[in-house]
Design a protein around this ligand. Structure first.
Ligand code: APR
Length: 232
C-alpha cells in the first residue's frame, strides 16, 4: 500500500452484528413480516405512523442492551491515534461508534437517539419511546418523527462526505452489503479520485468487484487486525 494519510471508512450494519443488533438483509433482517424497505419510507410514515414509530421505538430500546464490540473499539483507537485526516461515515443509526470513543464520524442515515421535526427541521436528542405527534420544542408543531433517513430521502452530510472521499488516499468499507446508494457508490468515487480501496466483510458483497482488495471474515477479527497494520 502507498503512503496513506487521508482515510475514509464507511461502516454498515455488519459492524454492529456481533454486538447483537440485527443486520437488514441477512437472516433475522425482517421485522413483523415487513421488509425494512417497506417500513422505512416517507409513504409508510404517512400511511401508518404508529407502525413506523413502533419499529424505531423497538430499535431504540434494543440499544440499551448492547455494547460496542472489538471492531468499534479498534476504529475508535484508530480515530484517536491517526494523525492524518480521518472520517468514519456510518450508515448505522446506533451509537456504538460513539460509545466506543470514536469522534471523527458522522451518521449519514440519521440516529436512533435523535428526533427530527418534520415541520421545522430541528434535530433534538431523544431517548425512550417517540409516539407520533410529539411536540417540537423549537417550533411547537406536533411533528416529531424518528431522525432516520428513509428510502427516497437525502442522506445527511453528502457534501462533506464526497469531499472527504475525493481527497482520501484509502477508502475502507466495513460490514455493508453495498445494496443501498449513495453509500454503495462511494467506492467508485474513491477510485475515480485515485484512492486505494479495501473491503472488510463477512461475505462478498454487491460491491466487492469495485474494491481492489476484499478480506472476508467477522468484523471483530478483521478490523482490529487492519487497524494494527495501519498504526504499524
Ligand atoms: N462482520 C462483518 N460483516 C458482517 C457481519 C460481521 N460479523 N455480519 C454481517 N456482515 C455483513 C453481511 O454479510 C452484509 O454484507 O454486513 C452486511 C450487512 O448488510 P445490510 O444488512 O444490507 O446492512 P447495510 O449495508 O448497513 O444496509 C445499508 O440499508 O436499510 C438500509 O438504511 C439502512 O443503513 C442501512 C442500509
Amino acid at each position: 500500500m502507498n503512503a496513506v494519510r487521508n482515510l475514509v471508512i464507511l461502516t454498515g450494519a455488519g459492524i454492529s452484528a456481533e454486538s447483537g443488533l440485527a443486520t437488514f438483509r441477512g437472516p433475522g433482517g425482517l421485522w413483523e413480516g415487513h421488509r425494512v424497505e417497506d417500513v422505512c419510507t416517507p409513504e409508510a410514515l404517512a400511511a401508518d405512523p404508529e407502525l413506523v414509530h413502533r419499529f424505531y421505538d423497538a430499535r431504540r430500546e434494543a440499544l440499551a442492551s448492547v455494547t460496542p464490540n472489538a471492531a468499534h473499539r479498534a476504529l475508535a483507537r484508530l480515530d484517536t491515534t491517526w494523525t492524518g485526516d480521518l472520517l468514519i461515515v456510518t450508515q448505522n443509526v446506533d451509537d456504538l461508534h460513539e460509545r466506543a470513543g470514536a469522534r471523527r464520524m458522522l451518521h449519514m442515515h440519521g440516529e436512533l437517539l435523535s428526533a427530527l421535526c418534520a415541520a421545522c427541521g430541528a434535530r433534538v436528542p431523544w431517548s425512550g419511546s417517540l409516539p407520533p405527534g410529539a411536540h417540537c420544542d423549537a417550533c411547537g408543531a406536533a411533528a416529531l418523527r424518528p431522525d432516520i433517513v428513509f428510502f427516497g430521502e437525502m442522506p445527511y452530510a453528502m457534501e462533506r462526505i464526497e469531499q472527504a472521499v475525493a481527497s482520501a488516499d484509502l477508502f475502507v468499507s466495513i460490514g455493508t452489503s453495498g445494496a443501498v446508494y449513495p453509500a454503495a457508490g462511494f467506492v467508485q468515487l474513491a477510485r475515480h479520485y485515485g484512492a486505494e480501496t479495501l473491503e472488510l466483510n463477512l461475505e462478498r458483497s454487491a460491491g466487492s468487484d469495485w474494491f481492489e482488495e476484499t478480506r472476508l471474515g467477522p468484523a471483530s477479527a478483521l478490523v482490529p487486525a487492519w487497524v494494527d497494520e495501519m498504526l504499524g
